[in-house]
Design a protein around this ligand. Structure first.
Ligand code: BTN
Length: 259
């Protein structure tokens, strides 16, 4: 991967700006600083290696050189998108699932936005927001995809089983063409954020649907139930053993199948 190849790969997409860094702490940090400095909508930061990649819940995200796809996309939500801001992480996950589908890989989304292949995590999304007062100025959608097997962290560091694209596909995966297809899918779904078509695409790919899962949500006691689907606002709906429907809005939520 290099700047020239990246530019060429994305030439048909409406990029606001493009920054390629061979090595970086976290692409999200660079993108957040760039966003605060006025980056245009659909500006992208890509790196071949992250030395301090961040995941959700303050966890570390592993990106050794040449093995993974790590990028952060800056969006400047239009006024109609402000109330849908919580859905942008799911937008990232739906776009990744679609790009993997083009490679005959049937991915699923572990709510809200982990992408799984054969029930193992292959991609994570971390969306962060730049606020000006109480208004959203910009959003950074950070996406990390495990491509080669050396991008998968050692088992003892995992909180959920993980895999990578090349093991699942049984062949080499071109990172730039994958990046192109994810961004293309993202730009196609963005205008439909919050519509029933978007909701359906997300719900169709929901992992563990109908299965019993355990959920840990901030400020609530752990509970278990069957995944019943998604609420209108993208919240997770669980059916408890008492047949009660419990709703979990976005936030710091962890979910695991009960085996
Ligand atoms: C998670 O599953 O916990 C989210 C992982 C998000 C990782 C990506 S890699 C590109 C971007 N830069 C980061 O530091 N994090 C995100």
């Amino acid at each position: 991967m290099n700047n020239r190849l990246l530019k060429a790969a994305l030439k048909d997409l409406p990029m606001g700006g493009l920054r390629y860094l061979e090595r970086v702490g976290s692409t999200n940090d660079v993108a957040l600083a760039w966003a605060a400095d006025g980056a245009a909508d659909f500006s992208l930061v890509v790196s071949d290696e992250q030395t301090a990649g961040r995941g959700r819940g303050g966890r570390r995200w592993y990106t050794p050189p040449g093995t993974a796809l790590a990028f952060s996309l800056i969006l400047r939500p239009r006024s109609v998108e402000h109330e849908k801001a919580a859905l942008f992480s799911a937008l990232g996950a739906v776009a990744v699932v679609e790009a993997l589908g083009q490679r005959a890989l049937q991915a699923e989304i572990k709510w809200p936005n982990d992408v799984l292949l054969r029930r193992r995590k292959v991609c994570g999304v971390l969306t962060e927001t730049v606020w000006v007062g109480d208004q959203i100025d910009s959003l950074v959608i950070g996406v990390g995809v495990n491509v080669a097997s050396s991008s998968v962290p050692p088992a003892e560091q995992l909180t959920f089983p993980a895999t990578c694209l090349e093991v699942e596909a049984g062949q080499e995966v071109d990172r730039l063409s994958l990046l192109h297809d994810i961004l293309f899918a993202l730009s196609r779904w963005r205008p439909r954020l919050g519509t029933s078509a978007f909701q359906d695409a997300w719900e169709r790919r929901l992992a563990f649907r109908g299965e019993t899962v355990q959920v840990w949500a901030e400020g609530r006691p752990p509970c278990s139930g069957q995944i019943a689907g998604l609420g209108q606002d993208g919240s997770l709906l669980l059916r408890s053993s008492a047949q009660e429907i419990l709703s979990f809005p976005f936030g710091e939520v962890h979910l695991r199948p009960v085996v």
